[in-house]
Design a protein around this ligand. Structure first.
Ligand SMILES: Cc1cc2nc3c(=O)[nH]c(=O)nc-3n(C[C@H](O)[C@H](O)[C@H](O)COP(=O)(O)O)c2cc1C
Length: 403
C-alpha cells in the first residue's frame, strides 16, 4: 500500500470534472492516504466545500487571505506539509497561471511555493486543450518537472462534444500518485516488455465477428505488474471492456493479424508475455457487405483459414526477447498440451490454465495456473488474477536476474 500514511494536498480547480474529485478523495482515503483539500473559487461553483470537506474529513482551504488560516502562514505550510500535490481537475486557467508563475489565489500560491512533486490531471474542452496557448503551457510545465496524468479522449460531460480533454478516471489518478510516491525496488527498470491481452475479433462481415470469452483481466494485470516492477510495457489489447492499465502504453487491435503486426512493431524487447486468446482461425474472405438472409437462399458456409501464430513467431524471431512466455488455455490434457506448446512455440515458459466452463476462469476474476518450464511443472494455488500477475512478474524478474 504505497499510499498508506501519505499526505495528499488535493487542489480542485473550476472544471465540470470537479464532481469526479469527490470519488478521487474516497479512493485515496481507502488506500490509507489523508487528503487535505484546497478549492479555487471556480471549483466551488461545481462542488461544495461541504461535500469535499465531509469526504476528506478535513478543513477545506479556499482563501489566500484567510485571517484564520494565515495566522501561521498557512499557504506555505500547506505547500510543504504533504508528500505530493495533486491537482484534479486542473483547468486551462490554473495551468496557465502555473506556467507563468502567477500566484493570485490560494491554489496558485501553494503551487508556486511547494517543493513537493506535483501531479496534474487536466480536464477541459478539446479546443481548450489543443489551443496553442495551452500547448505552450503544457510544454513549459513538462520541462519544469510537473507530472501529468491524462487527459483522455472521450465524451465531454458538459457539451455533447468528444475529443481529447476528459479528465483521467479517479483510479488512474490514484495509480499515477502511487507511481510518484513508490520507492519500492524496481528490478525490471530498463527492461522492455510486450504483453498481449484479451480476445481477438475476426470479422465475418462488417457487423458480425468470431470471438471468445477472454476478458483481458489476466493480461492487463500482468502488464500492470511488470510496470510496477519498473519495466517499460507495451500492452497490445484485443477488444475488452476493462480500462487501459495506468503506466503502460496500450495499443488497441481487433484481429489476430493486427495483433501480430503490433507485437512485431514493439520489438525489440526483453520480455514477451503472450496472454491474449488469439483466434486460431479467421474467415477466409470476410464479406465487405453485411451478408443478407434472403428467403429461399441456402445457409452460408464459413470457410476458415489459419491465423498467424503470434507466440511461435516471437519464439523463433531473430529479435526474440530473452524471455518468451505463452499462455495455454486448455480444457483437457493440460500438462501434456502445455509441454508440447513449450517446444513447438520456442517459449521459455507456458502458463497453463484449465478453462473448462466449471472453473469460471475464462472471463472470471480468479485463476489457478500451472507454470510449465523446461525444468518442470509448478502448480500455483487458486488466486486473484492480480496476484497471479504479481507472482509472475516477480518470477520474470528473478529469471532475468539469474540471466
Ligand atoms: C459550465 C462550465 C464548465 C467549465 N469547465 C471547464 C473545464 O472543464 N476545464 C477548464 O479548464 N475550464 C472550465 N471552465 C472555465 C473555468 O471555470 C474558468 O476558466 C475559471 O476561471 C477557472 O478558474 P480556476 O482555474 O481558478 O478554478 C468551465 C466553465 C463553466 C462555466
Amino acid at each position: 500500500m504505497v499510499l498508506g500514511g501519505k499526505r495528499i494536498l488535493l487542489i480542485i480547480s473550476g472544471g465540470i470534472a470537479a464532481y469526479k474529485s469527490l470519488d478521487l478523495i474516497r479512493r485515496l482515503r481507502e488506500r490509507g492516504a489523508s487528503v487535505r483539500p484546497v478549492m479555487t473559487s471556480g471549483a466551488q461553483q461545481f462542488v461544495t466545500p461541504l461535500a469535499v470537506g465531509a469526504l476528506a474529513a478535513d478543513h477545506v482551504f479556499t482563501d489566500l487571505f484567510s485571517r484564520q488560516d494565515e495566522q501561521d502562514v498557512g499557504h506555505i505550510r500547506l505547500a510543504r506539509e504533504c508528500d505530493v500535490v495533486v491537482v484534479a481537475p486542473a483547468t486551462a486557467d490554473l495551468m496557465a497561471k502555473m506556467a507563468n508563475g502567477l500566484a493570485d489565489d490560494l491554489a496558485s500560491t501553494v503551487l508556486l511555493a511547494t517543493d513537493r512533486p506535483v501531479l496534474l490531471a487536466p480536464a477541459m474542452n478539446p479546443h481548450m486543450w489543443s489551443n496553442a496557448a495551452t500547448r505552450r503551457n503544457v510544454a513549459t510545465l513538462n520541462s519544469d518537472g510537473i507530472h501529468f496524468i491524462g487527459p483522455m479522449s472521450g465524451e465531454m460531460a458538459e457539451s455533447r462534444e468528444a475529443g481529447m480533454g476528459r479528465m483521467a478516471e479517479p483510479l488512474d489518478i490514484v495509480a499515477a500518485a502511487e507511481r510518484l510516491l513508490d520507492t519500492s525496488p524496481k528490478p525490471l527498470a530498463g527492461r522492455k516488455a510486450i504483453v498481449t491481452s484479451g480476445p481477438t475479433h475476426e470479422p465475418i462481415d462488417p457487423v458480425r465477428y468470431i470471438a471468445n470469452r477472454s476478458s483481458g483481466r489476466q493480461g492487463h494485470a500482468i502488464a500492470s505488474a511488470l510496470a510496477r516492477l519498473g519495466a517499460e510495457v507495451t500492452l497490445v489489447s484485443g477488444p475488452v471492456t476493462i480500462a487501459d492499465p495506468a503506466g503502460v502504453k496500450t495499443i488497441h487491435v481487433e484481429r489476430a493479424e493486427d495483433m501480430r503486426d503490433a507485437v512485431l512493431t514493439a520489438l525489440p524487447a526483453d520480455i514477451a508475455v503472450m496472454v491474449a486468446a488469439v483466434a486460431d482461425w479467421r474467415v477466409a474472405s470476410a464479406s465487405d457487405q453485411k451478408i443478407k438472409k434472403n428467403p429461399g437462399e441456402s445457409i452460408p458456409t464459413l470457410a476458415l483459414t489459419e491465423n498467424p501464430d503470434i507466440l511461435k513467431t516471437i519464439g523463433h524471431h531473430t529479435l526474440r526477447p530473452k524471455l518468451v512466455i505463452g499462455f495455454a488455455a486448455e480444457t483437457q490434457d493440460i500438462d501434456s498440451n502445455a509441454k508440447n506448446k513449450l517446444e513447438r512455440k520456442g517459449a521459455d515458459m507456458i502458463v497453463a490454465n484449465d478453462v473448462s466452463p466449471a472453473t469460471g476462469i475464462m472471463g472470471g476474476v480468479r485463476n489457478r495456473v500451472r507454470i510449465v518450464t523446461h525444468d518442470g511443472i509448478d502448480q500455483w494455488p487458486d488466486m486473484a488474477k492480480e496476484d497471479v500477475a504479481t507472482k509472475l512478474a516477480e518470477l520474470i524478474a528473478e529469471r532475468l536476474r539469474r540471466g
